[in-house]
Design a protein around this ligand. Structure first.
Ligand code: C6P
Length: 417
């Protein structure tokens, strides 16, 4: 099927076929078939604007930051800090001091578990997470639990994938120190009511960390409006490079927290007797940072701003509804994750066919999706399944591609029947 045939337009300025032209990799052929990329929750593809910005950095600006008085170091520092300001604006943080560059979501959560943990969490203190967390928002707390003898409380979800919040207030007590919760589940697609969760946690004076790895690219995030204390995300899931991510934290908390790692940039002065630390945000950025990554991430955010996050959200929602309707018509398919509010993610299982077989056959059709437990083994345990097949959509996907997926699933069923 010619993916360029039907023009799908949402609003006046969103033309998916024009947008696809910005993503060189979408022209790839997989075994002679056009690539259908539905693994966007794992990582998104990069527009030419990001690729070219990184090339420009290495061809014209490459230098270390905050270290030299020479021209190139000043240019690199200016661009690196411009990236921080772009991110600040994008999520509406109050100040760039609250924007810390990390390797990604995982490192940002580990930073908080280590630093906030060592500063505020002691024996028998409690942390609340949910049953649908990614391993990156479970294991760092377990490591802390081992070290500090802390307690982890888990909010359950129901069989649709909606959090059960009826008893949420009852989990809190004077030893509760943090709620750490995913905004959009990567394996169920559930959009959690984080504003309500934050409000409840704050009524007990407990700070909240939001794992925004799967929400930052689909929805407008306003950290001041949400009122969250920490918000973390990865650059590679928002059309930017790998190896860069962001930790937003409220200034008063970050100021109280101990440094995460020691080294260059995070110090003010060092003697063998005593070291004093740099101001925010540098206190948490030890060593030469990922300069190229920050600049590439700035380019990806500028690109998204050019399209408009609301247009993106509305188009991706349309894709989700279309795909859900089509997939639901196949009797052998069971969708895992039918929450009231969902991001553009569909996990499913097919009766008696292992997801890895589904993934392999679909790969021969040129369709890239993810099979496995998606680093959410407790979610699989909830449904008593080993794995799911997951299709996750981006604004560069089309309804024609979803039709190809449906044909692919029907082929899988035929092969195994
Ligand atoms: N989920 C997926 O295919 P990193 O790897 O640090 O960029 O992101 C970790 C992470 C944390 N939280 C959520 C909700 C996530 O979805 C992810 C990454 C990928 O679903 C890789 S497992």
């Amino acid at each position: 099927m010619n993916l360029q045939s039907n023009s799908e337009k949402v609003g006046i300025s969103f033309d998916v076929h024009k947008i696809r032209e910005d993503f060189p990799i979408l022209k790839t052929k997989v075994r002679g078939k056009p690539l259908v990329y539905f693994d966007n929750a794992a990582t998104t593809q990069k527009p030419r604007q990001v690729i070219e910005r990184i090339k420009k950095y290495y061809e014209e600006e490459n230098s270390n930051v905050h270290r030299g008085v020479h021209f190139l170091s000043e240019v690199a520092t200016r661009e690196y800090e411009a990236a921080r300001e772009t991110i600040r604006k994008f999520i509406n943080a109050e100040s760039t001091e609250e924007i810390i560059f990390t390797k990604g979501t995982t490192e940002a959560i580990n930073l908080i578990a280590n630093s906030f943990g060592k500063t505020f969490i002691n024996e028998n203190d409690e942390i609340i997470i949910s049953e649908m967390e990614h391993h990156s928002n479970i294991v760092p707390w377990q490591l802390l639990r081992e070290e500090r003898k802390a307690i982890i409380n888990v909010i359950p979800f129901d069989d649709n994938g909606d959090l059960i919040l009826d008893d949420f207030e009852k989990i809190f007590n004077e030893r509760t120190k943090l709620v750490s919760i995913v905004h959009v589940s990567n394996s169920l697609g559930t959009v959690n009511p984080i504003k309500k969760i934050i409000e409840i946690a704050h009524s007990f004076a407990v700070p909240v960390l939001i794992d925004g790895a799967q929400s930052i690219m689909h929805n407008k995030i306003d950290v001041q409006d949400l009122g969250c204390d920490f918000f973390v995300f990865s650059g590679h899931k928002i059309y930017g490079p790998t190896g860069i991510g962001v930790l937003y934290g409220k200034r008063d908390l970050l100021e109280q927290m101990k440094p995460y790692q020691g080294g260059g940039d995070m110090i003010r002065s060092v003697t063998f007797q005593k070291t004093t630390y740099n101001d925010l945000p540098y206190k948490f950025e030890a060593g030469t940072p990922n300069i190229e990554g920050a600049i590439g991430l700035m380019a990806s955010i500028e690109y998204l701003n050019g399209i408009g996050i609301d247009q993106i959200a509305s188009y991706e929602n349309e894709l989700l509804n279309y795909a859900t309707e089509k997939i639901s018509q196949i009797p052998q398919v069971k969708i895992i994750g039918t929450a009231k509010e969902k991001g553009p993610i569909i996990s499913f299982v097919l009766e008696n066919i292992h997801p890895h077989d589904i993934g392999t056959i679909l790969d021969y059709e040129g369709i890239a999706l993810r099979t496995g437990h998606h680093c959410t083994q407790p979610v699989m345990e909830h449904f008593k399944i080993p794995a799911t097949t997951r299709a996750s959509f981006s604004f560069y996907n089309t309804k024609e591609e979803i039709d190809l997926l449906i044909q692919g699933i029907q082929k899988v069923i035929k092969v195994f029947s």
